[in-house]
Design a protein around this ligand. Structure first.
Ligand code: THU
Length: 139
């Protein structure tokens, strides 16, 4: 499934707006994520850090857990926005990729910012996590 450049920009803007609510006092690295559902709704999430650092939730997983718990199951795209540069683009961490692969199809676009030029960078779920582990109990 693909989305238009305009939809991708709208979704990235939603991720950016969500990052305002990030709880990132330890890293000072606010991140926002946004999902475009099959029905066209946008749900967002932010990173939620914890004094026990390992309990930190990334924005991508927050957005997915919110969406799933609200009953959404189909997703057209996801966007991730970070307040500042990490190393090149901010891409989802490995743990988030596996969680995303549970719900996003291999062709689902994931929108990020290309830090080299500030423009959109779009990779598919399959680009981000080739050969993803899938349960033998396929849905
Ligand atoms: N983080 C995310 O929320 N998503 C990413 O894709 C990269 C990392 C968060 C985790 C932590 O709160 C902060 O960014 C610094 O790693």
């Amino acid at each position: 499934m693909s989305i238009s450049a305009q939809q991708a920009q709208v979704l990235l803007n939603a991720a950016q707006a969500a990052a305002e609510n990030a709880y990132a006092p330890y890293s000072d690295f606010p991140v926002g994520a946004a999902l475009l559902t099959g029905s066209g709704a946008i749900l967002s999430g932010v990173n939620v850090e914890n004094a026990s650092f390992g309990l930190t939730l990334c924005a991508e997983r927050t957005a997915l857990v919110k969406a799933i718990s609200e009953g959404h199951r189909e997703f057209q795209a996801m966007a991730v926005w970070a307040s500042r540069r990490a190393h090149g683009s901010v891409t989802p961490c490995g743990a988030c990729r596996q969680v995303m692969a549970e719900f996003l199809s291999p062709e689902t676009p994931v929108v990020m910012t290309d830090e080299s030029n500030g423009k959109l960078r779009i990779l598919t779920m399959k680009d981000l996590l080739p050969e993803a582990f899938g349960s033998v109990l396929q849905r």
